[in-house]
Design a protein around this ligand. Structure first.
Ligand code: HEC
Ligand code: HEC
Length: 435
């Protein structure tokens, strides 16, 4: 029932081209109303104004495909079958609840289901990072009927070297159904980020991002900031990385296709294969339909949905806190200088660049110490999570801890925060909570 690899590659390329041409005409019209005053749990679910009837129709189609649970194929509901054979969750919003970020750890320190464990193995011959030969790039905690899930893990907590008040999580496997990981494979926990303003971030002209980068720190302010080119499956070309905690994906449609493939096991025009490695027999032999689980128009609809959501409007009442934010140098990375080509300013509080965040935030995979400046718009909505969590693996329980984990290029900001009188710290935290 499976197609020959060559045949699939042709489909892949043809659909990839189709998508990029079709895609360009569909993001955020210039006159769109992009802000919402809603601060409720539904704040990130509102449609921007200014879309054509056809775009709106795709928006609502995308909303349904991002929200409704997928099921294993074959099933009566062919539009939504094709989940797995290996997967983590059955809908996008299982992890990005109401399009918001994944929450924190349970009372015993258990990991939330919205976080994933990524796997990285260095290939010393080719000198590149790859994935685990048996488990691939990410552990699937679920499998379809007759397909063993890949693994189950628990969290071990360790104290931070630089501050004994802080703890960080490491996943430890209690079950691995396809044998041990490769001895050189490293694990990396990643929390689901909020899906705030994605279409707007994608529209920032490349030149503005390059203008803010300073890879050699030539202005000597201790802050470098680096761009990274990544392969875009949608355009079949190298593009500036903008999404993911380490800027590993170029566009909303690329990230949506990757998520469909890796997190849910849905084949789609950009990832036509199922998420099985060659030695995973049950996975390779599992039923698969002749057609793609998530065909081009539906993938595109999901990306259009995510690209045209409103962003929360800050209440603007916390001017003192904003002064503190600037005094501590937070805006050196969490900057607010980007505008769209129509001149619309974006209060995203990110330069979208990779920064060396030091030993405290070091991971063991590629770009070990480097992380993309997390956008802070919508940060206050994390209060809806149970419990709230911050940073790439949700290690920080509150905003103070998030700041105390800043290291490397942000060490001086952290130290300045530590020296602030309590009242000033509280002004800063109130400002962050109002975003
Ligand atoms: C099992 C949990 C899970 C599921 C299901 C999931 N995601 Fe994600 N998502 C994540 C994690 C974790 C990341 C961060 C990955 C990284 O940085 O490497 C992420 C990142 C993203 C991003 C990048 C956001 C940013 O600010 O950079 C987008 C867009 C996204 N997901 C869309 C989707 C879509 C669309 C679906 C459904 C097709 C989906 N996700 C399903 C966990 C999930
Ligand atoms: C050198 C650049 C840099 C500076 C300076 C900096 N940050 Fe950050 N910030 C980052 C990066 C990179 C991340 C993501 C790190 C991670 O997830 O591991 C981040 C994450 C955060 C987060 C967590 C966001 C989330 O969604 O979980 C908060 C809150 C934050 N920063 C606030 C601040 C404040 C307040 C200051 C000033 C005291 C500051 N930052 C200074 C780069 C910086």
């Amino acid at each position: 029932m499976t197609k020959a690899p060559q045949q699939r590659a042709v489909i892949n390329l043809a659909r990839g081209v189709l998508i990029s041409a079709f895609w360009a005409s569909f993001v955020n019209p210039a006159n769109a109303q992009i802000f919402t005053h809603d601060r409720s749990v539904k704040a990130l679910t509102h449609l921007q104004s200014g879309l054509s009837a056809e775009q709106e129709e795709l928006f609502f189609l995308g909303r349904s495909f991002a929200n409704v649970p997928w099921v294993e194929a074959p099933a009566a509901t062919t539009a939504r079958d094709g989940l797995g054979p290996l997967f983590n969750a059955n809908t996008c919003v299982a992890c990005h609840t109401k399009n918001g970020a994944g929450g924190g750890y349970g009372p015993q320190g258990e990991a939330p289901r919205s976080s994933v464990v990524q796997l990285h193995k260095y290939d010393s011959q080719q000198q590149i990072w790859g994935s685990d030969p048996v488990y691939g790039p990410q552990i699937s905690v679920n499998g379809n009927r007759d397909v063993p899930f890949e693994g189950a893990y628990h969290i071990v907590w360790q104290a931070a070297a630089h501050d004994s008040r802080l703890r960080y999580p490491t996943p430890t496997f209690s079950q691995l159904n396809y044998g041990p990981l490769h001895t050189d494979t490293h694990t990396q926990l990643m929390r689901a980020p909020a899906l705030t303003g994605l279409g707007l971030l994608e529209q920032i002209p490349d030149a503005q991002i390059y203008a803010q980068a300073d890879p050699q720190d030539s202005n000597g302010d201790g802050i470098s900031g680096r761009t990274q080119m990544v392969w875009s499956y949608a355009t079949q070309s190298q593009k500036l990385g903008r999404f993911g905690w380490k800027n590993t994906t170029a566009s909303v449609i690329d990230q949506s296709a990757k998520a469909a493939h890796l997190d849910m096991g849905l084949s789609n025009p950009l990832f036509t294969e199922e998420n099985c490695t060659p030695t995973q027999t049950e996975c390779n032999q599992a039923f698969r339909s002749e057609t793609l689980d998530l065909p081009a128009q539906r993938l595109q609809a999901i990306a259009i949905y995510l690209s045209n959501l409103k962003i929360p409007k800050p209440d603007g009442k916390h001017t003192q806190g904003k002064v503190v934010f600037n005094q501590l140098g937070c805006q050196n990375c969490h900057s607010n200088t980007y505008t769209l080509s129509n001149g619309q300013a974006l209060p995203a509080y990110t330069d979208l660049l990779l920064h060396d965040m030091g030993e405290a935030l070091q991971s063991k995979g590629p770009l070990a110490r480097e992380w993309r400046t997390a956008p802070l718009w919508g940060l206050g909505l994390n209060q809806h999570q149970q419990p709230p969590a911050y940073l790439h693996d949700g290690r920080a329980k509150n905003l103070t801890e998030a700041i105390l984990w800043h290291d490397g290029e942000a060490q001086s900001s952290r130290e300045a925060f530590n020296l602030l009188p309590l009242a000033k710290q509280q002004q800063l935290l109130a400002f962050l909570g109002s975003l």
